[in-house]
Design a protein around this ligand. Structure first.
Ligand SMILES: [Zn+2]
Ligand SMILES: [Zn+2]
Length: 416
């Protein structure tokens, strides 16, 4: 995939922002694991590398170590049992190793990559992502969600200079991960609604071209829902490319807006609350998919209202902070001295209501998304992601306060 051509297309964009991304090469192909060492060499990776994987991703990426060693790379390995969350203490550990090395190769797209991304960004060292599953879209994004003391914060990190994806490996990935990738993609529809609504009411930066990039990648994935579970290499390649493109969209805008809306925040809420209770959450995209269905249900209900009367939001902060418990201080920081809805006048909502309805109606319906998710083998209920009814309801009510971001879920509190 020629990233340079995509970058070219986004030059002199009418939004006024310079769209750049630090990716030098994306190598996608069948059986290219054996070329890993050569791909790194031609991209200028120096010989001493930190190699980070877990037992699952290492097994999936069979042949990657041999390829690197044959190409003369000297590896300092950090192999986890099963790294399910990206923790700040692991970022620090990888940083320690990286100080004496020239770069890092992350084998695995999720927590392993997030950990490496922040470590490499802090030390300004080159990073290669060797993807083992198309399960989420963080590959190209500048942000890395890292958990510290049970609170998940999105840090500015870096994109990998090189991304390698062997379609044989992607096609053989566990079905649960493939469906998770699909779940992460359908969330983009909510993300696009929230971004446009915020742009309309708060004047937040928005780029139509980047939004279109996300939209067409998401539509493409919806169109191949039936093939997601197959071991077909071309379908796996399409999913990977779509996830990559939405990631590039985030890199272009240097925000997660193009690819993540309130459904991602809801998913983060569940994750944080479960962590406080000492429980790990399900895969990122699996949760995001379920969250998307819940949010779309609310959004469609709102879009049915022909007219609205709006008022200033008066949040019950005592109740909100009580709900967040040990995380209350973090949430407070995001909402003091003022909160995101303070800048919106109720009459703006009333005057723009028809436009807001049209924005909601511009994406596929919840029923269409649900049908595609079922065909793609996705989880569609909270029961399937071990989220209780109480946690679901609390999430719906409280999640909009854990980010300083306008969404239609937050705006809902301003309607009579
Ligand atoms: Zn633009
Ligand atoms: Zn995501």
């Amino acid at each position: 995939m020629d990233v340079q051509t995509i970058i070219q297309k986004f030059q002199n964009c009418k939004c006024g922002k310079e769209h750049t991304v630090g990716i030098r090469e994306v190598a996608i192909g069948s059986g290219i694991t054996k070329d890993t060492g050569e791909i790194l060499k031609r991209n200028g990776f120096a010989p001493k590398l930190v190699f980070v994987a877990d037992e699952y991703t290492l097994r999936a990426a069979d042949g990657v170590l041999q390829s690197l060693e044959c190409a003369g790379y000297i590896l300092t390995k950090r192999i986890y049992g099963n790294l399910r969350t990206a923790e700040m203490k692991e970022v620090d550990a990888v940083k320690e190793l990286l100080r004496d090395n020239d770069g890092v190769i992350a084998v695995g797209t999720g927590s392993i990559h997030d950990t490496c991304r922040l470590a490499a960004a802090h030390l300004q060292k080159p990073l290669c992502l060797f993807a083992t599953a198309a399960s989420m879209d963080g590959f190209a994004s500048y942000n890395a969600p890292i958990t510290d003391n049970n609170f998940k914060i999105t840090y500015a990190a870096k994109t990998p200079e090189v991304i390698i994806a062997d379609t044989k490996i992607l096609a053989a990935a566990p079905e649960e991960l493939k469906s998770a990738g699909f779940g992460d993609m359908v969330g983009k529809y909510v993300g696009l609604i929230d971004w446009q609504v915020s742009h309309l009411l708060t004047g937040e930066y928005y780029c139509e071209n980047v939004a279109n990039l996300t939209r067409s990648a998401t539509d493409k994935i919806m169109s191949i829902a039936d093939k997601i579970l197959s071991r077909d290499e071309s379908a796996s390649k399409e999913v990977f490319k779509a996830l990559l493109l939405t990631g590039i969209g985030m890199a272009f805008t240097k925000t997660s807006r193009p690819a993540s809306g309130t459904e991602h925040i809801l998913s983060h809420y569940w994750e944080c609350m479960k962590l406080i209770d000492g429980h790990l959450s399900d895969f990122h995209g699996k949760k995001v998919g379920v969250a998307t269905l819940l949010i779309m249900e609310e959004y469609e209900k709102l879009a049915q209202l022909e007219h609205v009367k709006a008022k200033k939001e008066i949040p019950d902060w005592a109740d909100i902070y009580q709900n967040y418990g040990v995380l209350a201080d973090e949430v407070k920081k995001l909402n003091t001295p003022d909160t995101i809805t303070d800048e919106i006048e109720p009459k703006q909502i009333e005057e723009n209501w028809q436009t807001i309805r049209k924005i909601v109606q511009s994406v596929p319906s919840r029923a269409e998304i649900l049908s595609a998710m079922k065909r793609a083998g996705c989880a569609t209920t909270v029961g399937e992601i071990a989220v209780t009814e109480t946690l679901k309801e609390n999430g719906m009510k409280y999640h909009p306060y854990m980010r300083r971001r306008l969404s239609l879920m937050r705006l809902k509190n301003m309607l009579e």
